[in-house]
Design a protein around this ligand. Structure first.
Ligand SMILES: Cc1ncc(COP(=O)(O)O)c(C=O)c1O
Length: 356
């Protein structure tokens, strides 16, 4: 379906909530902007998009997403630079991942055109909600779920595609303590780990909660078969600097193909570091701690860009990473990526999608 931004029906709020938001103290995910975009899927096609005031919706308690889990989402960010230009960071790549998630969950595809125009139209309507202070952005949450009301186990025939936006502040992530998970599994090869589907997160809560009770912040997920190889951590991909090289687990069906991961791997060369995408074993990491060849470990994702790992618990022993300095790769790449997203550094890779 061809959708022109100008032709999307907009029902505006009677009174904006903008003045009630403290933009100096945003946090993450605490505020939802005035409007949301909603598109229904029925009779085998996506219907006309509508932009309406954000608020409660009437949904059936029998809707299939609640019972059988057909629910997928994306998370990305929009920025406004000093000239007032609004950009979204790599929405085309997020769209490709959304398509893979939708396909894996037997849900209907959404065209890139519909996805980009829907995002643009909603951001234009709520442009005043985009924070401009250092490190802040508008977080974009597109999601799709089965809203057909029926109790039988089946692939739904009706869905909703909704986009919410949320002004978020700088993410001051403190260094995290992680634990190599050797009992529980987030995803097995052939399962849904590569899809950004809701169930992956629900299933991760329990092992994460147990790890937190033991004093860790997150778990480092390992392969479902032998717990020998590292997959990812929490809602982040994971990277290491070993022997001066940037090392990250290769993509499989059990981990998410992170957009930040891809961006950092792309920037590695320009920051003068060799990169390796391959199987990373727990034994290799333990060995690297013992012979002091591991100098950095960090999580990478849209929310924080880079989140420093302070220590990794392997088979019950805490191994500590050296302190991060200005010369550390993780700080240099974080700055570079932030500068590109903010339009401070040239966008040579064409990552910033301009919202009209
Ligand atoms: C499970 C998981 N892994 C990795 C990531 C990082 O992906 P991205 O860089 O696209 O935000 C996320 C966040 O979306 C995630 O939820």
């Amino acid at each position: 379906m061809a959708v022109l931004t100008e032709s999307i029906h907009v029902e505006r709020v009677a009174k904006s909530r903008l003045s009630s938001v403290d933009f100096n103290n945003l946090g993450f995910g605490n505020h939802i902007s005035d409007h949301m975009l909603v598109i229904d899927y029925k009779n085998g096609e996506w219907q006309e998009p509508k932009i309406v005031p954000y608020g409660m919706m009437e949904l059936s308690p029998a809707m299939l997403a609640l019972h059988y889990g057909q629910s997928v989402f994306e998370g990305m960010k929009a920025f406004k630079n000093e000239q007032g230009v609004i950009t979204i960071f790599r929405p085309e790549r997020h769209h490709k991942r959304l398509l893979r998630s939708l396909e894996r969950m037997c849900m209907p595809a959404i065209s890139e055109e519909l996805f980009l125009q829907s995002l643009s139209a909603l951001i234009e309507v709520d442009a005043d909600w985009i924070p401009t202070s250092e490190g802040a952005s508008l977080y974009l949450r597109p999601f799709v779920f089965a809203n057909e009301a029926k109790l039988g186990v089946k692939v739904a025939e009706e869905y909703k595609f909704i986009i919410l936006t949320s002004p978020v502040g700088p993410y001051f992530a403190k260094p995290v303590r992680v634990k190599v998970e050797e009992e529980f599994v987030r995803a097995a090869e052939g399962g849904t780990g590569f899809a950004k589907c809701a169930g992956n997160y629900g299933g991760a809560f329990y092992p994460t909660m147990l790890a937190q009770k033991q004093g860790f912040d997150q778990v480092l997920w390992t392969d479902a078969k032998d717990h020998k190889y590292i997959d990812e951590s929490g809602a982040m991909n994971v990277m290491f600097v070993i022997n001066g090289k940037l090392v990250t687990p290769r993509l499989t069906t059990s981990l998410l193909d992170g957009v930040t991961r891809d961006s950092i791997l792309t920037l590695a060369q320009s920051l003068g570091i060799e990169k390796e995408e391959r199987k990373v074993s727990v034994a290799e990491i333990e060995e690297a701690f013992k012979n002091k060849t591991i100098t950095e470990a960090f999580g990478v994702g849209t929310a924080a860009v880079v989140s420093q790992i302070a220590s990794i618990n392997i088979h019950g022993t805490d191994y500590h990473l050296p302190a991060v300095t200005e010369a550390s790769f993780q700080l240099r790449v974080k700055k570079k990526l932030n500068d590109i997203r903010k339009g401070i550094e040239a966008d040579v890779h064409g990552w910033n999608y301009r919202v009209k």
